[in-house]
Design a protein around this ligand. Sequence first.
Ligand SMILES: [Cu+2]
Length: 731
Amino acid sequence: MLARSWKGGWVFELGGVGVPGENPPCPSRRPPYSLTSKRMKCQILQMIEESYVADGIQFDQYVLKTLLGILVRVVLILLTMRSSSDGFVCEKDAVHCHTSLIIDNAFTMIDPINGPLFVDEGTLRPILQPDKEVSIENVITADGWNTTLPLLTANKSMPGPPIFLYQNQTITIIVQNNLINEAVTIHWHGIDQLGWPAMDGVAFVTQCPILPGQFFNYTFQPRFSGTYWYHSHVGNQRDMGLYGAFIVLKREGEVPINNQHIIHLQEWNHKFGPITLLKANLNNTSSSSESILINGKGEFENNEAPHEVFQLDKSNSHLFRMIGVGSADVLLFSVPGIPLIVKETDGYPFVPKTVDEIIIYPAERYDFELDLKNIREGVYNMTVHILERKYLEKRQNVFGLGLINITNSLSLPVNSSASTSNIKTVLNCPFEVFPNETKIECIPVSFLKSRPSFRLEFDIIPPTQETFTHFLNFGFPKEKEYSSINGKKFIWPTVSALTQPSELNTSCANCDAETSCECTHALNLKSGSEIIMVLSNIGTGAVITHPIHMHGHTFEVLKMGFPSVNETGFLIPNNDIQCSPTLANNKSQCNNATWRNATWNDYRSIPNINVEDPVRKDTIVVPYGGYSIIRIWATNPGVWFMHCHIDQHMIEGMALMLNESFENIGDLPIGLQTCHNFKNQPSAPKSFFQASEENISESQVNTQNSQILELQSRSMENNVIVNGVEEKAPE
Ligand SMILES: [Cu+2]
């Protein structure tokens, strides 16, 4: 028999497979959830059997079931070996690796054997047996709040299991949706999916969502090493725990994996579930977060819930890969007493900067090493604060803590020349001067320089000599309630834009320079052209800083324009952009901005623009009262989402689709699912349903089942298969 282990692998127990006789019905999907594995095995066996019957070949049922039972076990063993919450590593000499993510409903503070738990001075105890101690191994504690919260998880853990592979390896990840109620997709954040637009994982932009009980094969080939991550791209599922690290390793010069430490940083809010959030909104209760988690662990009101602990031997080099997986909050990270040598952001290297603190917005990544030369052995704190979203003052009542235990197997000497400066350097400020702080030196990311040796190569379509500039203003015009880009509140397509473009209505005809509207906002990018985007945050809708993420690309950050700080400490918006030819910026929605100085239309003549060695990112801060100038080349055909990574803003409409060189997308994987638009109701429901039923014969159902099975088994082979179709990898 097979039973489901708590962390998502498969545990094998002794038992019979292939006993002759009638097929009992497969177990239902109702709780208890441990039936899920039996149900899946049962359904696979039935599908195999039905496919043989459909082909008119009848084997002796006992022999057939026994052989196929063994086959199913082998397949599931392979899945087991490659799927656990401890993570997956693609072997260095492999060309194509396979793993799986099983998406489940889960809960905080429940042990599968002992039931609901509480925290007692750092120890987990069952509420019904308070004298007993429970190991944290099978428990998602979050902040240890002793009220169980619902989660959505990959392989029953939060964070989900990290996935490691090497540059240019192809990977297939089977995402199985075991959720009871919800559809899901998984986005591979920061992977540009060059040549693989159907694998980007955005519901209703690049694919139809995966319904409960179904699965999707994501196959793609990451080209660049670095720290990436995966997360759901449906609603606010990411906030409920559906995320994990996706690490692409360098072929040479990589820190050993055992010395790489992933830090998932997030705020934690007891109202993240859709129902509790709805209830909080109805009651008009505060939705601010209660605690901060490091790798899914933190404390609520000093309850002494378990913290994350990192073990470091000073005689080795260690790499920290920090990922902002939070929903909305701006977080300030530091290891007091130890300088951070920051080397990469969003997967791309820059000339290293040594800083004291890093500001990280949702979806950003920063890779750093610790400067340990002046550091003695001992236990050090890793601290995280929430910063208010406009002036970045520290919130006083919430504090995140992790621990670093530094040992020294070689007894290296401690250098006594420690810095005594009381000025703190902070990376990633959304302004040049920190308001009301005299002891902070700000380093915005636009001050970073990419490594001179670093060059990108694009290879789907060649770049042209044409340049186009697009002004995009992010904010809340129209009584501050309209999450939008250029006043356009994004309405989600009802079908997948990539697979069914002819069914989309992307008209935004009702919008203009001072009128907001709702539409499926799409921005056309001309094939091969150089694209300059001026991402701004000014006008009547400017309220807070937004972290803006672009799919399908990383971009160069050529310049950031910042607000200034007046003598009373207030931020005064930057004036380089003209929102309207007739209205002052503070009276305009800024839906149709231009440069105030027309000579800036040739972007190379903009003062202090960096086209020589700009840093690359996929998520950029667009400062309140300022702007960020970014550059891409439209050489990756696809439909790419671009949006604020504050989940609530994205859901409310601060998003658009980049329609990039659609004519050059080429063939999508055959069999890529299409979806149906439920907004078009049939005019004569009765006859419609009769016609539908007549069109589906039993043999068609059997054929579909055998195709699904073939797809599942072939995806285990070492071929490049995208949803059952062999494809040539991009060269
Ligand atoms: Cu936002």
